[in-house]
Design a protein around this ligand. Sequence first.
Ligand code: MN
Length: 431
Amino acid sequence: MTVLRSGSASDVGLVRSSNQDLALATSSLFAVADGMGGHAGGEVASRLAIEELSAAFGRQPTGSGLAEAVTSANAMVWAHSQENADLRGMGTTLTAVALVDEGGRDVLALVNVGDSRSYRYHDGELTQITNDHSLAEEMVLNGELTPAEAAFHPHRHILTRALGVSPDVKVDVWRIRPIRGDRFLLCSDGLTNELGNNQLIEVLSTVADPQAAADLFVRAARTHGGSDNITAVVVDVIVGEEDTRSIPAVMAVSPEFVDPTGVASNGVAELQPLAVPEIRIPNRRERRKAKRRERRRDRGRRLITLRTLLFVILFVAIVGAGYFSVRWYNTNSYFVGLNGNELVIYQGRIGGFLWYHPVEAQRTGVTTADVGPTYLPALQSGVEESTIGNARTYVKNLVSDYRSTHSPPSMLPPASSTTTTTAPGAGAGGT
Ligand code: MN
């Protein structure tokens, strides 16, 4: 037999104008919902969720019944948000624990969607059972953040999962042995944002009455700032199992916690021990350090991705453009010059440009004796041509120009005499 005793408290806090949190504490079902959404959306969402959870669980008070109750609570909130334009986009977190009978054995079924939390206080140790469905927590799971950094990450309030924001919802489920003396704390983020683990432990270890403990949690969170709605439900196992360490107390049946080798039957996977990471909430100094480190990293990351990258691209572009311009300027020009007394076509600029020196593109076989002396000064300093073809034409023209004007007198007689003089010889040779 298991006997539970509970206490609950919820408060608007010191900053918000309305309380969108809602707590539930019956004899066997305990829950915390933290609503969100404009207008009255947040309040409506948490109220609808708790009411439907309670009603659906009442119809089927089992472990799987609790998980299904969360699913129908999701459908309820979703349906209302679709029907009412004012409520569109509303949603809520929901964490709940219920005492159920499974095969004649008392079990505590625990469910969670969102970033409200359920803790187990056992033997002086506080363990967070639920995982926050927040961006920051996912970064922790991916190894991008330490739990200490996540506690103060700017993205810690951005939820990756919530109830009522889509037709379907994925529910995390655990089964826990009700061990005598264990205390469970269900709370909204308004409590855990204000109080660290040590402060939670302080209350749980000193205030025996669950209602007094819940009240003290709320008062302490208000004292520490109360920047959000604050809700706490404390559930004590007054009569329960004895602590036997050979059997793990917390077991997960949620798909994502199931060992892939675990055999699933009739939709419920085999029970698996849950590895719950120890989360230590940092003190004020560590918090400031983590924040500074985070800011630095953010700044650094932005620099690398934007400014530095742009600068590198620009730098490479400018250097590249310069290099290719110089290269183009040098290789796309030719000139005719002299190497000794031979005319040579060079590729490049006369006298060179920057690191480029003219190179021999073609030796012409033409010497200074083949061209007019008037061209020699020009050839000595070099005559630019845009292409190698133009350079060849230039040399050819120099040669033919010089021949036409300075060719020695023809040794041949006039055309008429040619015929007469060769004819007898040819005729003589032919006969
Ligand atoms: Mn909240």
